[in-house]
Design a protein around this ligand. Structure first.
Ligand SMILES: Nc1ncnc2c1ncn2[C@@H]1O[C@H](COP(=O)(O)OP(=O)(O)OP(=O)(O)O)[C@@H](O)[C@H]1O
Ligand SMILES: [Mg+2]
Length: 274
């Protein structure tokens, strides 16, 4: 590893020199994903992925490559980053979280070499490498202002993806799949789509969020209706706010707490009928 500038992020030394990444142990990852809700299709993709990694020899014998590149796309707050933590927890690997926009803005002119450094790290020590805001580099070439710089970065990324092997997993997330370079897109063996929670998923998540907190009988159903159109992240904030109100009043969680919390929080995506 080359010399890297020190930053004040206490976690960084554990990432052995990658100054644009945060390192999470498998245990830390497991703690973060206790309340993950995965719609059936994504759960199936994840389970199959993990199953395959658990029977590598068989795949080698059949000469069938093992999947190791996952792209996740969908709206904010729907569980893309959380899924990367979940994979790391399940595979008992550390998560190396990289913000690509940070690489580009702080190291203009060195984007390609930074990308290579990150992949070199993943080659040398097994991990789940997670590149957030992936569209920042993988945007289709013609959309870029710094055309040459970004074209070089995209080419490096293509090369790194092609050469990516060993025990690490590469994961990337984006809100803007339409802007990903098609050449990059097709290099992913596993693609996961994220969307806002439907009714069933909302009820499941609300139950997890309420947990064993004392609540009135119909609060789950009211909350599920009221939070229609919210992301999981917004739902979490609103339920927490509602719980705080219930605690202040020393009352069980009620529909009125949810309604008040919702009005105060003003989720952008909310679409409730009056
Ligand atoms: N599917 C989910 N199940 C449980 N909790 C979720 C889910 N999605 C989001 N959350 C909650 O919202 C928080 C933010 O989610 P996450 O960071 O995974 O969103 P994201 O899809 O990566 O969004 P962005 O596009 O903004 O990066 C999580 O830490 C978690 O508390
Ligand atoms: Mg994210």
């Amino acid at each position: 590893m080359t010399n890297m500038s020190k930053t004040n992020n206490a976690r960084l030394p554990r990432a052995k020199g990658i100054d644009m990444a945060t390192y999470y142990t498998p245990k830390e990852c497991a703690r973060k994903v206790k309340r993950i809700v995965l719609p059936p299709q994504n759960r199936q993709i994840v389970e199959e992925f993990i199953t395959i990694l658990g029977m590598k020899e068989k795949f080698v014998r059949h000469d069938v490559p093992i999947p190791n590149k996952v792209v996740m796309f969908g709206p904010p707050g729907t569980g893309k980053t959380l899924t990367a933590f979940y994979l790391a927890a399940r595979l008992e690997l550390p998560l190396i979280l990289v913000r690509l926009d940070a690489i580009i803005h702080s190291h203009l002119g060195e984007t390609a070499s930074n990308i290579r450094k990150i992949f070199d790290y993943a080659k040398s020590s097994p991990c789940v490498l997670f590149l957030d805001e992936f569209d920042a580099v993988a945007r289709t070439r013609e959309n870029n202002d710094e055309v040459k710089e970004m074209a070089r970065a995209v080419n490096t990324l293509l090369q790194c993806l092609d050469e990516f092997e060993g025990d690490s997993i590469f994961t990337a997330a984006t809100n803007l799949e339409a802007e990903l370079d098609p050449a990059i897109w097709r290099r992913f063996d596993t693609k996961m789509t994220y969307s806002l929670p439907d009714e069933e998923r909302r009820e499941e998540y609300i139950s997890l969020l309420i947990g064993d907190f004392q609540h009135e009988e119909h609060v789950r159903l009211t909350a599920s209706e009221r939070l229609s159109g919210c992301s999981y992240a917004d739902m979490e904030q609103i339920i927490l706010k509602a719980k705080r109100k219930a605690i202040i009043e020393d009352l069980p969680l009620a529909a009125s707490h949810i309604n008040e919390a919702c009005e105060e929080y003003r989720p952008q995506t909310i679409r409730y009928m009056s």
